[in-house]
Design a protein around this ligand. Structure first.
Ligand code: NAD
Ligand code: GLY
Length: 372
């Protein structure tokens, strides 16, 4: 694919790094790593879908640049984002005698990135790592900003760290083999950036969605780069989520609870946060007077992107979902806090929402549906 390479910088003082975005970048992995003054030995962690497609190119590029890589392949999908897989990775790293100067390359989607990043943050008390995201979701969101971790049965991402990569390499060509459903799931995070930060991006998506769904190379590069710029700006101001960074969680309180209470994997992350963002837009109307027409535009864009816009729940499912929401990391002092929209392109975080309103939104009546 002939696209201009774009570079976005994540400004975090001594932990600053670059995100490269473009076609054919996998072949440049070794050369870019060589500029970072890393050790010679490295482990490429990938999954069973991505490995057969892209590991050979990644390994060849690393070898050509003088590195000595080993390949670690984990199962694909959300259920692999577990302490069990972390343990298996530690065992492989130790058996290959990787040392402190060695580095890890996360080659895959958000699951591999979060998992391998957590392994890198903790193995030998931390080894450097490089993100090579191969899903749209990972390129625009999870590979940037240093949130790494795994799930517990009790909830998503409950074990983790803030641990920044040394480099993010987004090869847009890899998106060509991504299943359509996964591409659409990534669009949920892309649309999120429009809602939380950039009305012009939201409008662009409204106008050019069909072209984006056809993977138009120029548009794709521009959109991925814009999302990375927004994430870099936000993370650069609030790396550890003491305030502003919370806006990136728009729609995630309900979204994470959907993923958790239906069992990881039934709803893809992007699908769950599509429903979550529409719900958050509706709560924004009720709590902040967000305009009904704007909430309708949001619902319409998710719908056109082929994402689920609602969920129908039995009362048992509703209770489970509310219980899962209360275990979310964003709960403080027992209160669930929401990110709500004031306008398209402008959101506020830390908003208290009465539980009855959430229950009502989820289609339930207050008395017997409240959480035990
Ligand atoms: P994923 O990693 O499960 O990838 C989706 C599927 O596509 C997998 O089956 C994978 O094997 C396959 N795949 C990946 N790249 C491919 C390619 N190029 N061609 C063919 N198949 C390919 O899912 P995801 O949507 O990338 O990431 C979701 C995860 O990211 C969730 O666990 C979520 O919590 C996490 N996340 C983290 C952050 C963060 O800031 N760390 C942000 C958003 C989401
Ligand atoms: N995806 C949420 C964050 O990175 O903060």
């Amino acid at each position: 694919m002939l696209t201009a390479m774009r570079q976005v910088k994540v400004p975090l003082k001594e932990r600053s790094y670059s995100i490269f975005i473009g076609g054919g970048l996998l072949a440049r992995l070794g050369a870019e790593c060589a500029k970072l003054k890393l050790g010679q030995r490295c482990a490429v962690i990938t999954d069973r879908n991505v490995g057969p497609r892209y590991a050979r190119a990644a390994i060849a590029s690393l070898k050509a640049a003088g590195f000595d890589p080993v390949l670690i392949t984990v199962p694909a999908g959300e259920t692999a984002k577990s302490l069990k897989t972390v343990q298996a990775c530690y065992d492989e790293l130790a058996s290959h005698r990787l040392e402190r100067k060695s580095f890890i390359v996360a080659l895959g989607g958000g699951v591999v990135g979060d998992l391998a990043g957590f392994v890198a943050a903790t193995y030998l008390r931390g080894v450097p790592f490089v993100q090579v995201p191969t899903t749209l979701l990972a390129q625009v969101d999870s590979s940037v900003g240093g949130k790494v971790g795994v799930n517990l049965k009790a909830g998503k991402n409950l074990v983790g760290a803030f641990y920044q990569p040394k480099l993010v390499l987004c090869d847009l060509d890899t998106l060509r083999t991504l299943p359509k459903r996964e591409f659409r799931a990534g669009l949920a995070e892309v649309i999120k950036y429009g809602i939380i930060y950039d009305e012009a991006l939201f409008e662009r998506l409204e106008n050019r969605l069909a072209k984006l769904l056809k993977l138009d190379a120029k548009l794709l590069g521009e959109v991925v780069a814009r999302c990375c710029e927004i994430k870099a700006e936000v993370v650069g101001q609030d790396e550890t989520e003491t305030g502003l960074r919370a806006i990136l969680n728009f729609g995630h309180t309900i979204g994470h609870a959907i993923e958790n209470s239906f069992g990881y994997g039934k709803y893809l992350h992007g699908e769950a946060i599509s429903i979550g963002q529409i719900a958050a837009a509706e709560l924004s109307c009720a709590v902040l007077g967000f305009c009904g027409g704007c909430a309708e535009r949001i619902r319409d864009l998710f719908k056109r992107a082929g994402l689920p816009t609602e969920i129908s729940l039995t009362s048992a499912q509703r209770a489970k979902l509310l219980a899962a929401m209360k275990l979310d990391k964003k709960v403080s002092g027992g209160e669930i806090k929401f990110v709500l929209a004031e306008d398209i392109g402008k959101v506020v975080w830390g908003q208290k929402v009465p539980e009855e309103l959430v229950v009502e939104l989820l289609g339930g009546g207050p008395p017997d549906d409240s959480i035990p």
